[in-house]
Design a protein around this ligand. Structure first.
Ligand SMILES: N[C@H](CCC[C@H](N)C(=O)O)C(=O)O
Length: 286
C-alpha cells in the first residue's frame, strides 16, 4: 500500500510520499501520471520525504512534467507541516536538505498539534549568470534585454537554489504571462530552463506577481518565485527588505537579510490523505 497526503500552500498543491513506502520507479512517466489532474492524483508537484534523524530530513521535489527541482518554497512548507503533524520529529525547528541546499523550517503557528504557519530560511539568492545559470559572459543579470514575441523585455535573473527570471510591469496581465511564460521558460539562454515572474510594485513593502513555473506552468502561488520577485525588486531599489507578495492564491511574507539570505513565512493546509490503488501501482511498476 502506498499512502500519500495532499496539501497546498496558497493553492500551489503537492502530493507528499514517504520514501520508505515508494515501491515504484520515480520516472518522468510515473511523475507525470501521478500529477495528472484527470488520470492521476493531480498536483503541481510531488515531494518525497526521507528522514535522516529527529532534526534532519531530505526531500526530492518533482514538477508535474517529471523534472526534478532544486527548491520549492510552498513545497518545503508543506513538507515541514507533514514532518511535524505526523510526528517525524519532536522539534518545532528542523533542517531539510534539498538539491538546492540546506534549508531550515520552523513551525511558528499551530492548532491542536497541527502546523498552520511555517517559516523557511530559503537560502541565499545570487544574481551571477554562472550560478543561475544564464548563458553568455559571467555577469550579474540585472535589467538585461531579452527579445520575446517581438517584444523587448527587461529581465533580472537570479537563483535561490532554483532559477528565476523576473520582469516588471505597470499593470498585471495574466494573458501576457501565459503567452510569454513558456517562451521565456524554454529560451536557449537558460540551459536548465527557468521559472518566470511578472511583477507589479504596489508600494515599498508590497508587490503583486503572476507566475509561470518551470515544469509546471501557471500556478496560483510559488514560494521560491515570491522570494525571487521580492529579491529582484529589492536589488533594484523598488522595495524595502520586508515585502508582502500578493498572488492569486494569497500572500506570502518575505524578508531579505543583509547577506542576501531570504526568509519566507506562509500558511499550509492539508486537504486529504489517500493511497494509490492496486491498478495505479500496476501501471507505475510496468
Ligand atoms: N517549478 C519550480 C519548483 C517549484 C517551485 C514553487 N512551487 C515554489 O513554491 O517555490 C522549479 O522547477 O524550480
Amino acid at each position: 500500500m502506498v499512502e500519500f497526503v495532499k496539501s497546498h500552500g496558497l493553492g500551489n498543491d503537492y502530493i507528499v510520499f514517504d520514501k520508505t513506502q515508494i515501491n515504484f520507479p520515480l520516472t518522468e512517466k510515473n511523475i507525470r501520471l501521478i500529477c495528472d489532474r484527470n488520470r492521476g492524483v493531480g498536483s503541481d508537484g510531488i515531494l518525497v520525504l526521507e528522514k535522516i534523524n529527529n532534526q534532519e530530513f531530505k526531500v526530492r521535489i518533482f514538477n508535474p512534467d517529471g523534472s526534478e527541482a532544486e527548491k520549492s518554497g510552498n513545497g518545503i512548507r508543506i513538507l515541514a507541516k507533514y514532518i511535524y503533524d505526523y510526528k517525524y520529529t519532536t522539534e518545532k525547528e528542523f533542517f531539510i536538505y534539498t538539491l538546492g541546499g540546506k534549508v531550515k523550517a520552523s513551525v511558528i503557528e499551530e492548532q491542536n498539534g497541527r502546523a498552520k504557519t511555517i517559516e523557511v530560511e530559503m537560502g541565499k539568492v545570487t544574481f551571477r549568470s554562472s550560478e543561475i545559470p544564464v548563458a553568455g559572459p559571467e555577469r550579474e543579470v540585472i535589467d538585461e534585454e531579452l527579445k520575446i514575441n517581438g517584444e523587448i523585455l527587461k529581465i533580472t535573473c537570479l537563483s535561490i537554489g532554483n532559477p528565476h527570471c523576473v520582469f516588471f510591469v505597470d499593470e498585471i496581465d495574466e494573458e501576457k504571462i501565459k503567452s510569454l511564460g513558456p517562451k521565456i521558460e524554454n529560451n536557449p539562454i537558460f540551459p536548465n530552463r527557468i521559472n518566470v515572474q511578472m511583477v507589479k510594485v504596489l508600494d515599498s513593502n508590497k508587490i503583486e506577481i503572476r507566475i509561470w513555473e518551470r515544469g509546471a506552468g501557471y500556478t496560483l502561488a510559488s514560494g521560491s518565485s515570491s522570494c525571487a520577485a521580492a529579491s529582484a525588486a529589492y536589488r533594484k531599489g523598488l522595495v524595502n527588505n520586508q515585502v508582502e507578495v500578493i498572488m492569486p492564491g494569497g500572500t506570502l511574507h518575505i524578508r531579505i537579510n543583509p547577506d542576501w539570505s531570504v526568509n519566507l513565512i506562509g500558511p499550509v493546509e492539508e486537504v486529504f490523505k489517500g493511497e494509490l490503488s492496486e491498478e495505479m501501482l500496476y501501471k507505475l511498476k510496468d
